[in-house]
Design a protein around this ligand. Structure first.
Ligand code: PLP
Length: 338
């Protein structure tokens, strides 16, 4: 409905299940916990990027593109899924991998996502910087220029904030889907918790809820930058998305909730609450979280529950955005197991 006017490539397995986390809810004796399984979207092992890529690739095909370019960290789920999407749509694909995480072991560079990227046969370029989003985009646009000179029609999925967030439209759709599922299961969501990185997911979901007339809090745990920078980014993207779907000015700064207490020591780096959260969900529910995004968001949710942020009767939804392939790049998680 809100997103009908945008071109969309059919890539994601949706609707994804909304499941009750029975064991975890019982163990924590707090609010009723639910999990929205966007780790089950398909596209080479799933994740939130499938919904986002439907709109980027839709736009690319509409523009007649034959080659997709994007960038991300060495263990990027976004890059893995972009390659899968391009393969499914029979497009060429070239990717840039940034050195965003220092001090990692050999598995980080070879297992999990980089393994799958190679398996799907993408052309891989390397970028020595990890914290220079505009620089990475500049490299992508220079590759695009070279391809154009060779007669190809490249389409860049950029990383920095300077471009329209087509991917967020996928999470406007997800908001509608999730509200329908809650209605069907006869409960009202009191909050949704997620990992907030590029902010495409956060902005889309928040804007989707508000466009539907719901004031559901969307609680974002930072995985990349501190809460002031992230709040600005979420607000900017949300206003862009609102504008794109015809609801200009819909989002107020007070709608944006972010917390960076689980970000330390930085993007893609482990900390004890994250490892405990990964262990807990694996052992209590058989759910696989990831070391960069969902593990930190879950650690944040567990912390909020411990600090009695929610009351017992409330319904809290954790958005599982995927990322489990990256577990194979972090074998030391097992050494740290409690
Ligand atoms: C598994 C996973 N969860 C969450 C995120 C964050 O989503 P967004 O970049 O839309 O904020 C990402 C981003 O790469 C991801 O791979």
């Amino acid at each position: 409905m809100f997103t009908d006017k945008f071109a969309k490539a059919e890539l994601a397995h949706t609707p994804t299940p909304l499941e009750h986390l029975k064991n975890l809810s019982k163990k924590l004796n707090g609010p009723k916990l639910w999990i929205k399984r966007d780790d089950c979207t398909g596209l080479a092992m799933g994740g939130n990027k499938a919904r986002q890529l439907e709109y980027y690739l839709g736009h690319a095909i509409q523009q007649g593109a034959d080659t997709i370019l994007t960038t991300g960290a060495v263990q990027s789920n976004h890059v893995r899924m972009t390659i899968a999407a391009a393969r499914k749509l029979n497009l060429d694909v070239e990717v840039l991998l940034e050195q965003r995480v220092s001090g990692r072991k050999v598995q980080y560079y070879q297992s999990g996502n980089p393994f799958l990227m190679q398996l799907m046969g993408a052309k891989i370029h390397h970028h020595p910087e990890g914290e220079d989003e505009e620089g990475a985009d500049t490299v992508l646009f220079s590759i695009a220029q070279r391809l154009r000179a060779e007669g190809k029609k490249p389409y860049v999925i950029p990383l920095s904030e300077n471009y329209l967030p087509y991917g967020s439209l996928g999470y406007v759709d997800c908001a509608v889907e999730l509200l329908q599922q809650c209605k069907k299961q006869s409960f009202k969501a009191d909050a949704v918790i997620l990992a907030t990185g590029s902010a495409a997911t956060h902005a889309g979901l928040l804007t989707g809820f508000r466009a539907m007339g719901y004031d559901t809090p969307v609680l974002g745990f930072c995985v990349r930058r501190d809460k002031n920078a992230q709040a600005q980014r979420v607000l900017k993207k949300s206003l862009q998305v609102a504008d794109m779907i015809g609801f200009s000015g819909l989002i107020d700064p007070s709608d944006v909730w972010v917390d960076d207490n689980m970000l330390y020591p930085g993007y893609g780096q482990l900390n004890p609450p994250l490892i405990e959260a990964i262990d807990l969900l694996a052992q209590c529910e058989g759910i696989l979280l990831d070391p960069t995004y969902t593990g930190k968001a879950m650690a944040g949710m567990l912390d909020l529950i411990e600090r009695k942020h929610f009351s017992r009767g409330q319904n809290i939804i954790f958005l599982h955005t995927g990322g489990a392939p990256a577990l194979f790049g972090y074998p030391e998680i097992l050494d740290e197991q409690t």
